[in-house]
Every structure is written in C-alpha cells, then in structure tokens.
Ligand binder design. Structure first.
Ligand code: URP
Ligand code: ZN
Ligand code: ZN
Length: 477
C-alpha cells in the first residue's frame, strides 16, 4: 500500500518545504522535490515496492495545504479514576477524537493507587488500552505510593518503555507526595535516566485556603481558582526544581499555568539544569472569567492548576516563543457537565478536576500561528517534534522524514470551523471552546500509513494503535 501526498507545503520544526511525501506501508519512504514522484523510476528509487505503480495506490492532493507530522499529545487521561468517578473518554473514544484533530500519538498516565504496585498498575493500563486505541500510544506512570517496592519497580517500568513518572505536590490524601518521597523518587529516576514529571502546586497550603473558603460559604466554581493562587504554583515549581537539582534528576513540569512558575523554570534552564515544561491550550485561551460563569457553568472549567488571568496567558505565549515552555499538551481529562461536574454543586472542592481538549490542540495552537504568537515551525515543534524527543519517540515519531512512521496530517490553513459539543468527537457533553471560530482544519490524518480521517469521515478503527515503548528523554546528554 502506498500513498502519495502531492503539492503541499511540508512543515517541520526546521522550516517549510514545497515537497511531495511518499508513504509505503507504515513508513514515510521519501520526501521528494515537488512533482518528481510522477515517473516510475523516481518512485521506485524512493522505496516503493517493485510492483508499485508510478501513481501511488492513494493520491492525496495537498495543494494549498500544510503537510505536518501527526501531533503528539504527551498528557492525556483516558478512563482516569478521579474524585469518585472516571474521565469520560475511553481509550477508544479519546484516541478517535485525537485523530479527528490531527493527533496521532498520545502518552497517557497509568495511575498507581495507594497500596498497589507499579507493575500491576502498568498491566491494568495495558488491559484498558491494548486493542482499543485508534492511534499509537505510550504511558507515563503516576507514582502515588512511594515505598521500597515502588521505588524498585521504577526501573522495571523504564525497561518496559515507561520512562517518565508523574508525582503530585497537590491533592493531599490522594496523589500527594511529601518532599522526602519526591526526593527518593527523583534519586531513583536519576539512577535509571528517567524523567520526573511534576504537578507543582502547594497542596498543603491550598487545602487550608479551600477549607477557609468553604467555611465562609464560598462554594461556587470560581473559588476553585481563587484558592489556588499562582504564587503557590510558583513556590511548588521552585521547590521541585531544587529537589531535582539535589537529586540530579531531569524534571518536567506538567500543565504550567502561572507566570511565577514560568519564571522559576526559565531561571533553572538559564542555569543549565535539565528542567522542561509544558503548557496547555486552556491556559492560553481561557481565563478565571470562565471559572466565574454563572449557574454553575464555571464547573466546566475546573482543572488544576486553575485558569488564570490573561496576563499569565501572555507570559505563556512568550514562554512558548523562548522555549522556556517546550511543549503544548492538553491534559485532556473530560468529565461530563450534567452527571460528573454536578458532583461539586454546592462545594467546588468536589468538582472533578479536568477539562476536555485532545481533539482541539492542533487547531487551537494553529490560531497562535494565525495571530502571530508563534511561527508555523514552532507550532509543529511544540505539538509534535519536541514531544517526540522529550518522550523518547524520535525519529520514529514527530518528523516528516524518510524512515519515520507515516503519521502525517494534511492541514487546510484556510478552512473555517466553529468548535462545539454538537460537532466534536470527544465523549463529553460540553466544549470548553463552544462557539469559538477557528481558522484551519484537519483535512486528512494518516496513522502509520493508514488514512484514519478524510473527507469528513472517520476511516480508522479501534485496535489499530499500537503501544509505544519509549526511550529516555532525548534532550539529556
Ligand atoms: O485538573 C486536572 N489537571 N486533572 C487531571 C489530573 C492532573 O492533575 O493532571
Ligand atoms: Zn496534574
Ligand atoms: Zn493531567
């Protein structure tokens, strides 16, 4: 099976190129000077099977379109247990929605429950995901119980292709780890070359603010934001950086939302420490005002860290330009408004934390290109190429080059669409971006050489995605 994508502008992290892309089987066979793939000799020389026709089995016209590497969303939560419920997307529905939006790889989080082992957790997450994903997937591991056994099992996880471990400075009594536990896990990660990912909010202080707010009768969703001030994200981020420095461990700050935290990351990077950070579209486009929407509608926007004021968003765009923020992930963790967010009516602290977004990351960041916040190449770099390197998948993923997996998106930069729960494919009853008008749309998504989205139809299938054992973070020397 061969596919020729003809006439498009190939966008990579390095720049743009007018070129045709030839796919043979599951791999990119060649990136060819535009038009040169029309004669049989060139076509065969580029790696097509001897019996392949000069015109590929499938011809995709990409004139006027971008041809980009499939997006890699390094932070999703499918079927995640949280707050007495589960995030609403299964691995099947969530990966299909991802493909609709031009994402061809997710890295999801296996969640260690207290009292259970990391390896048993990994098995459990394989049971959930294997055979159900429509695109390729890997796992990070959430370590919520630091003890002798789980520390030992971290290196076995690395051997099984799970090379990053998330820990929490927030959520006391649930996922929270003490500074001592974090230090131990960082020392262990350092020994096996793994990266510690940190949810950096000072949960102990936040819990006091939450208790005070509830006692004062402040129960609306906006208090979720007001009780998690940006200073407490900045403080936790600095503390995590210090602990990582002491343990000599690579650190990746997840879902960074506050200028205070960004300043801490930038200072550590300037000092040469292996500190990396991601932000998410919700922190670029939404704000505390959304959390303050009336009639409990603010609950749709409850996630941690919380949405901030627009000055933070401006700082995050700057951080994306300067590479102090290397990656945009979604932290996709959808809970339905009607049945799940409802659990916190009358007490914002009981609203399940998380927002949907896996389908819209590529489109939302393309708006950053349209608005002049980032370049086209930076769009591809932050959404595909850097995640591939950070999560040990490069050059198999994240790049349009001969030999890479044929995860390719044809993106129409001129198409218009309006985001809405009525048209999205995520298994959740609201859109955080309802009514937002977008310039640009995915035309075709190809996952390992198979067309999974084209002509406004889903053509893939659950089970076509394979598990990706990951190497170590490729930014480390
Ligand atoms: O509110 C959030 N972010 N929910 C998902 C879990 C996490 O902390 O990433
Ligand atoms: Zn988190
Ligand atoms: Zn998350």
């Amino acid at each position: 099976m061969s596919i020729l994508i003809r006439g498009g502008t190939v966008v990579t992290a390095e720049g743009t190129l007018d070129a045709d892309v030839l796919i043979v089987g599951e791999k990119i066979a060649a990136v060819l000077a535009r038009g040169s793939a029309t004669d049989a000799a060139t076509f065969a020389a580029a790696g097509a099977a001897a019996d392949a026709e000069p015109d590929a089995d499938v011809l995709i016209d990409a004139i006027g379109k971008y041809v980009i590497p499939g997006g890699i969303d390094g932070h999703t939560h499918m079927e995640m247990p949280f707050g007495g419920t589960f995030s609403a997307d299964t691995f099947e529905t969530g990966t299909k929605a991802a493909a609709w939006g031009g994402t061809t790889t997710i890295v999801d989080f296996a969640v260690q429950a207290k009292g259970t082992s990391l390896l048993a957790t990994l098995d459990k997450w394989h049971e959930k995901a294997d055979g159900n994903c429509a695109i390729d997937y890997g796992f990070h591991m959430i370590v919520s119980d630091v003890n002798e056994q789980s520390l030992k099992e971290m290196s076995a996880c690395v051997g099984a292709g799970v090379t990053s471990f998330k820990m929490f400075m927030a959520y006391p009594g649930v996922f929270y780890a003490t500074d001592g536990e974090i230090l131990l896990a960082m020392q262990q990660a350092s020994r096996s070359g793994a990266t510690i990912m940190m949810h950096a909010e000072n949960g102990i202080a936040i819990d006091q603010l939450v208790a005070q707010a509830i006692a004062a009768g402040h129960t609306d969703p906006v208090y979720h934001g007001l009780t998690r001030p940006p200073e407490l994200e900045g403080e936790a981020t600095s503390r995590a950086i210090t602990l990582a420095r002491v343990a000599d461990c690579p650190l990746y700050i997840v879902h960074l939302s506050a200028a205070h935290a960004l300043a801490a990351v930038a200072a550590a990077r300037d000092a040469g420490q292996n500190v990396f950070a991601e932000t998410c579209p919700q922190y670029l486009y939404l704000s505390l005002d959304d959390l303050a929407r009336p009639d409990f509608e603010g609950a749709k926007f409850v996630a941690s860290p919380p949405l901030r004021t627009p000055d933070h968003s401006a700082a995050l765009w700057r951080g994306l330009r300067t590479n102090d923020l290397s990656i945009v992930s979604t932290d996709h963790c959808p809970f339905c408004f009607k049945e799940q967010k409802e659990l916190g009516r009358g007490d914002f602290s009981k609203i399940p934390n998380g927002m949907p977004g896996v389908e819209h990351r590529m489109d939302l960041l393309h708006q950053g290109v349209v608005a002049g916040e980032i370049t086209l190449s930076r769009w591809v770099e932050t959404c595909a190429t850097t995640p591939a390197r950070m999560f040990g998948l490069y050059p198999r993923k994240g790049v349009i080059a001969a030999g890479a997996d044929a995860d390719v998106v044809v993106y129409d930069p001129a198409a218009k669409q309006t985001l809405s729960a009525a048209t999205h494919h995520m298994n959740v009853d609201y859109s955080a971006y309802e009514g937002m008008e977008i310039t640009g749309k995915v035309d075709v998504t190809i996952s390992r050489g198979r067309v999974v989205v084209a002509d406004g139809e889903f053509r893939g299938a659950a089970g076509q995605g394979t598990f990706l054992p990951r190497d170590l973070n490729q930014y480390l020397l």
